[in-house]
Design a protein around this ligand. Sequence first.
Ligand SMILES: C[S@@+](CC[C@H](N)C(=O)[O-])C[C@H]1O[C@@H](n2cnc3c(N)ncnc32)[C@H](O)[C@@H]1O
Length: 281
Amino acid sequence: MIVETEQILHMNGGEGETSYARNSLLQRKVISEVKPILEESVTKLYNTLFPDCLKVGDLGCSSGPNALLVASEIIDTIDAKSRSLNRQPPTFQIFLNDLPGNDFNTIFKSLPNFYKALENEKGSQFGPCFIAGIPGSFHGRLFPANSMHFFHSSCSAHWLSQVPKGLTDGLAPVKNKGNIYVTHSSSPAVYRAFVEQFQQDFKLFLRSRSEELVPGGSMVVTIGGRTETEELVSPWGLLGMTLNDMVLENLIEEEKLENFDIPLYYPTAEEVRQVIDTESV
Ligand SMILES: C[S@@+](CC[C@H](N)C(=O)[O-])C[C@H]1O[C@@H](n2cnc3c(N)ncnc32)[C@H](O)[C@@H]1O
């Protein structure tokens, strides 16, 4: 059975013990490490375009504290910059995007407090700021052409639109026996299927953004990846081994494990560069 990944994929919603909101410290750390690059990029953009209304999209925002963290970093940076230039800060329009199964409700419920904190912190000179949810896949168009100034995406663009085609399509689909992700024990054909799916998806991601950005617009995208020399190990490899043990102990059916793969791929910098180079000619 082929399940439509983008219709069902979501992080755990709410604020309970197993929610993404309470299990996303690693992703929070990534956002804070990238903060200097984000500040530099968004400041450069502001200094070039000076938009009256700065339109920003955060792609794959999920839910929980990280969802509004980037928005507040961007607002802080531009607010401080415009004040230092004696300019009226721009209006902020921030679009939080994720797949339709994302827990947007929890984000929306936190907005009144977010707006109040901004008002208290920045005073009457500020903004205003408008935040909206955009459910949909970043592998396609999400915004009108030439309408956005800046995109940000963190720890999201390594998710694939589907389990690699080669593993599901055709009369004799490639099998990723005993694994749920591409690992060093996967065959070269499995590895190829994952790379090709990533290349195809990332190409669509870039093409869509290039149509949506205004001339001079920019983006900061952080992707989970691996180095050239690093073995193809990840938590998913460990999870696959555990599930394989469960098959050996007859706790789960072998066929179920054989037909299940995680729709994500951690590319090398070179694999990312190749897609960018092909798209920028
Ligand atoms: C690990 S979370 C990262 C969330 C957040 N950016 C952070 O740094 O904490 C990855 C998010 O990407 C979203 N995602 C995956 N594929 C997507 C797609 N095609 N379009 C939009 N969002 C997607 C997932 O639903 C998930 O919420």
